[in-house]
Write a protein that binds this ligand. Structure first.
Ligand SMILES: [Zn+2]
Length: 534
């Protein structure tokens, strides 16, 4: 019997598990650490385990890691290096049939999360060449411990929290600011955003870009100074949108958007470059495009990725918000499997939050005199700066040279930043596909990557400078990046954003060089005229 048939049979036979969503605790305090004793693996993950175990006749899992969250107790993350089409195809099939959780894949490797004792059986499905081309990540600590470590420390060991802006630190530096010592839950981020807008009324406004499936606000901060003098007559307001948290478990993307917001807000009037930027542009900062998923990742399952929308399978919630946009939507690959971590829904824009956000952005450009000139969609992990297109490597965007140039500039800005890390620059399709050898032969995909926010903003909304940036790290901790990395990641991303601003202002890049050359020419001409006059 084919494995896919077995899997489908198991779905029918095992039937729905208990309803997944526990009621949300809106009153959770920032210092709360989720109980590690009450959780059970989420229903579809148990289903996946059951299928795998029935296929190979394995004994039921013994969650025996003492003190660890049983949800993750036996799981490991394994990195495969893929070099041939056969390997890529076999891995993609295994992911599909066994509902494996793909953490990240790119031109070098694919990281999969899987129960430890199932690894040998998985290897049995894969070509012999992959039997040696894999290694476990996070060998020095358990997944459960890494999950635990990303939550704030208990209140007694934390410095006293106060969320007022700290005017004593250097304007660009969030170092030492308690807000960035830990990842923050939505119940803290939300009032923090309100506080920012009420304290800095000259250049900050809190806005909403829509409502989530569960009825939450998707909050954003619009940061910028609308000039009142006559030098800026009524043209459309140039606006840069920076988003995070489309995938719930990518907490570093949410904290980084907050870091950027805080740095821009607090530097206005103190730092000449940032003040100029806020005079020229509005920045709309959306720390989490997926608040329902983010709350769920805090309260129930730290490794939750999708939103919390119901699907045709009662026990499998969630649509992948970066696969549901209408441009080149490619949901046919996952349509039959709502349990997939990259489920794109049954139709374009079925993902509520993505649809509302896209509608808001379109509305801004059509009716609110806004010209969106840049879109930076922050994700994790792998340290990549990706430009369109995501959906296919066969089509090139019309502005590929400019996109590459600015992408390389952003990567350089990060690299020369305060101990900044090295980020690769690639088209999103290449960043999401295995490549064989140096000739860049494209191998079969591990997962489809159509319907992305990146392609939608670039192609549908005509935002020329659209990027997806995958932040730290390259796999030491993956989504479970320690909180000590919040500030360094924020700093290096701020430097990239400042470079982005300089580029848009024509101060760096080819445009600036062309300008310099013009000036030089002028000087030569002027000198010539002077000589003639003599
Ligand atoms: Zn992501």
């Amino acid at each position: 019997m084919r494995l896919s048939t077995l899997a489908a049979l198991a779905v029918l036979l095992l039937g729905p598990g208990p309803t997944a969503a526990a009621p949300h605790d809106h009153g959770r305090l920032p210092d709360d650490v989720p109980s590690s004793h009450t959780h059970v693996p989420r229903p579809w993950r148990r289903l996946s385990d059951a299928i795998i175990r029935s296929i190979w006749g394995l004994p039921q899992s013994q969650h025996s890691v003492r003190g660890a969250d049983p949800r993750y107790g036996d799981d490991v993350v394994v990195r495969f290096s893929i070099r041939t089409a056969e390997e890529a195809e076999a891995l993609a099939a295994a992911v599909d049939v066994l509902f494996l959780d793909v953490w990240e894949f790119n031109d070098d490797w694919a990281d999969l999360r899987i129960a430890k004792d199932v690894v040998p059986s998985l290897l049995g499905l894969l070509p012999a060449s992959l039997h040696t081309a894999h290694q476990p990540l996070m060998q020095h600590l358990s997944l459960a411990q890494a999950v635990f470590d990303t939550f704030p420390a208990p209140a007694a060991t934390q410095p006293h929290h106060h969320y007022s802006p700290d005017v004593t630190t250097s304007p660009r530096a969030g170092r030492g600011h308690p807000f960035f010592q830990s990842y923050q839950p939505l119940s803290v981020i939300d009032p923090w955003m309100s506080l920012m807008s009420s304290m800095f009324t000259t250049h900050v406004r809190r806005i909403s870009v829509g409502l989530t499936f569960e009825g939450r606000d998707i909050p954003a901060l619009r940061v910028g100074v609308h000039p009142t003098d006559n030098q800026h007559p009524g043209g459309a307001r140039k606006t840069v949108i920076i988003t995070g948290g489309a995938h719930a478990r990518e907490w570093i993307s949410t904290s980084t958007v907050n870091y950027l917001a805080w740095s821009l807000i607090n530097s206005y009037g103190k730092d000449r470059e940032i003040t100029r930027l806020l005079e020229e542009f509005d920045f709309v900062l959306v720390p989490t495009l997926n608040p329902d998923g983010y709350v769920f990742s805090w309260d129930t399952d730290r490794l939750w990725r999708k939103n919390r929308q119901s699907t045709t399978l009662r026990f499998c919630h969630g649509i992948d918000l970066d696969r549901t946009y209408s441009y080149k939507w490619d949901g046919n690959a996952t349509r039959a499997n709502p349990c997939s971590e990259s489920f794109a829904g049954d139709a374009p824009f079925e993902g509520v939050e993505a649809q509302r956000f896209a509608e808001w952005a379109r509305n801004e450009t059509e009716y609110n005199n806004v010209d969106i000139v840049g879109f930076l969609d922050l994700h994790s992990y792998s340290q990549h700066i990706l430009y369109p297109y995501s959906y296919s490597c066969n089509d090139q965007p019309p502005h590929i040279e400019d996109l590459e140039e600015l992408g390389l500039g952003l990567a350089k800005a990060i690299r020369v930043s305060r101990k900044g890390h090295s980020y690769k620059v690639a088209s999103a399709c290449e960043g999401n596909v295995a490549l064989a050898n140096k000739k860049k032969t494209i191998l079969p995909r591990i997962e489809s990557s159509g319907g992305s926010a990146l392609d939608f903003f670039y192609h549908q909304l005509k935002v020329k400078y659209s990027y997806q940036i995958k932040l730290r790290d390259t796999g030491s901790y993956g989504f479970l990046l320690p909180k000590e990395s919040i500030i360094p990641t924020g700093e290096e991303t701020l430097d990239a954003v400042l470079y982005f601003g300089r580029f848009m202002l024509g101060q760096v890049g080819m445009a600036a060089k062309a300008q310099d050359a013009k000036l030089d020419e002028k000087t030569v001409e002027e000198q010539h005229e002077e000589l003639i006059e003599l």
